[in-house]
Design a protein around this ligand. Sequence first.
Ligand code: NAP
Length: 252
Amino acid sequence: MASNPFDLTGKVAIVTGANTGIGQGIAVALAHAGADIALVARRDPEETVQMVEAAGRRAHVVMADLSSIEPCERIVSETVAALGGADILVNNAGIIRRNDALDFTEDDWDSVVDTNLKVLFFLSQAAGRHMVEHGGGSIINIASMLTFQGGIRVASYTASKSGVGGLTKLLANEWASKDITVNAIAPGYIATNNTAQLQADEDRNRQILERIPAGRWGAPSDLGGAAVFLSSDAARYVQGHILAVDGGWLAR
Ligand code: NAP
């Protein structure tokens, strides 16, 4: 083990949805810990590129639409070709659709489950195949409070994030013996595009803040430490864990 077990120097991390929000926060934190980063995005992640480079690390952009599994193998092969490896995968890209269960459409179901769950699995498979051949690695899935709770008006999101919790444990069971750690981070209420609608709704915003023991929305940078830990040698024996980073929401 390195003298600093949290040091990611020499590692390459793939972060999906890295142009904004939590993905950007995690990409920058991993870069500050020493990793080079493949930024997977469907829009130019220029700001994140600059932040990774300002941390002194290499950034490589992989343009990909994660609404289908089509780009999964290319994301891994392009990363390996550009940065020389693929040691860490952060499955962060995700979407949410809000509607009453009585009115929920098939499109609102399929698009959320495809991106949040199906692509997460097949990108993990592509990365896992590479990691098995190259001495192991770390996979971090971005779960949710709705991995544990039911939520309301977000049927496909709850189904997908509950599924992420199950898949995290399944992959940990299958791959622990291959020196691949598979864990998840469950963010609480984080101020990003994903929650803009909630933040803008005065009543919901107040109700949410009253229920968070920390008394504030989280920032994308609040997720960085957990991501560095789960990517690092410090977490080599941590498997199938879902780490809540939620200002105390679940403890309430
Ligand atoms: P966000 O700012 O909307 O970020 C979502 C990211 O996923 C964006 O980079 C988005 O790209 C990308 N993405 C979505 N669909 C994609 C597709 N088809 N192809 C490529 N990229 C795609 O929201 P966020 O809050 O940071 O969300 C990141 C993750 O955290 C999600 O999995 C979300 O479910 C999870 N999460 C968030 C919260 C929260 O409170 N914010 C809480 C729990 C879990 P574009 O910018 O191009 O749309």
